[in-house]
Design a protein around this ligand. Structure first.
Ligand code: NDP
Length: 297
């Protein structure tokens, strides 16, 4: 039986997009142009195509300009770098996102490093990683920032809470841990070499699972009343041979112990694009020198 409060990321993301739309309209009035987000897709990975289409639609729906570039899978690194440089120099473009993963012949780190850090709305540039870890204003990766927004909304102050992040990727785990530290949590980062993962998770008031292993975290690992944020998106075979999406947390058992939990789908997933739009709008204000109360977004 589920006793946990279900954290509705879909509804939260809708509210965030509504605030973004309002502020995008004020930005247009103040700056005399729309905020602009450029998304570059190399190749025809079906999942990436879906993401890019969805990003474009939501960008326009929020009253921002969407620039989409679809390049063939065999695009050379020199051509892709030239495109990034061109977007860096384009004053109509406030945010640049090169959809990952890139085809194997392209060096992702080189592409990210070439992006102007002040247009790096994914927050992957080493300058933004450094800014996050030193507490300077920059751009924070969208998924972990979305998780923090959900946590703040549910818990208010996170100060002093024990937080365990499972996963140490540059995209989710590490920035998530930095953000929790900035909220004054006591943070543990667990990974594939962690001994007694269950025991580590059991002491957490906040569990963030970003592993990529379907339903790995069981309800018996969760401290009663803890808040569980499930970042995982795993496609598994469900009933009658149909595939279904599940998280890294065994939702049924965890929901009977946790105080609150994000479902998959409908939890963290919808937050990612909404936060991307938020970052693009913040970039627009900073680039155009228009004031914005960033904390209100
Ligand atoms: P990565 O594969 O880059 O990282 C996975 C992490 O999990 C690694 O640090 C790895 O440890 C750790 N790990 C793997 N197996 C275990 C285990 N048995 N016990 C403990 N730790 C383990 O994945 P990402 O961070 O990119 O993504 C994680 C999940 O989040 C995926 O399901 C992905 O689809 C999802 N995701 C969802 C997003 C959203 O919008 N909701 C956005 C981004 C990702 P080690 O470092 O030791 O190998």
């Amino acid at each position: 039986m589920s006793t946990a409060e279900i954290i509705d990321g879909k509804a939260f993301a809708e509210g965030l997009r509504a605030r973004i739309a309002e502020m995008a309209a004020s930005f247009e009035q103040a700056a005399g142009r729309k905020a602009g987000l450029a998304v570059v897709l190399v190749g025809a990975d079906p999942a990436s195509e879906v993401y890019v289409r969805s990003k474009g639609k939501q960008t326009v729906a929020c009253g921002m300009e969407s620039f989409e570039y679809k390049l063939p899978a065999d695009t050379s690194e020199a051509d892709l770098l030239a495109m990034v440089e061109q977007l860096n120099a384009d004053p109509a473009v406030d945010g640049i996102l090169v959809q990952l993963p890139l085809p194997g012949h392209l060096d992702e780190q080189k592409i990210i490093s070439t992006t102007n850090p002040d247009k790096d709305v994914d927050g992957f540039h080493v300058t933004n990683v450094g800014r996050l870890s030193t507490g300077l204003p920059g751009f924070v990766p969208c998924t972990p920032l979305g998780c923090i927004m959900l946590l703040r909304d549910r818990l208010g102050s996170l100060s002093g809470l024990e937080a365990v992040v499972i996963g140490r990727s540059n995209i989710v785990g590490k920035p998530m841990a930095q953000l929790l530290l900035a909220e004054s949590c006591t943070v543990t980062i667990a990974h594939s070499r962690t001994k007694d993962l269950e025991g580590v998770v059991r002491r957490a008031d906040i569990v963030v699972a970003a592993v990529g292993r379907p339903e790995m975290v069981k309800g018996s690992w969760i401290k009663p009343g803890a808040t569980v944020i499930d970042v995982g998106i795993n496609r598994i075979e469900g009933a009658e041979g149909k595939t279904k999406l599940v998280g890294d947390v065994d939702f049924a058992s965890a929901a009977s112990v946790a105080g609150a939990i994000t479902p998959v789908p409908g939890g963290v997933g919808p937050m990612t694009i909404a936060v991307l739009l938020r970052n693009a709008l913040v970039a627009a204000h900073r680039n155009a020198g228009v004031a914005l109360d960033e904390a209100s977004l």
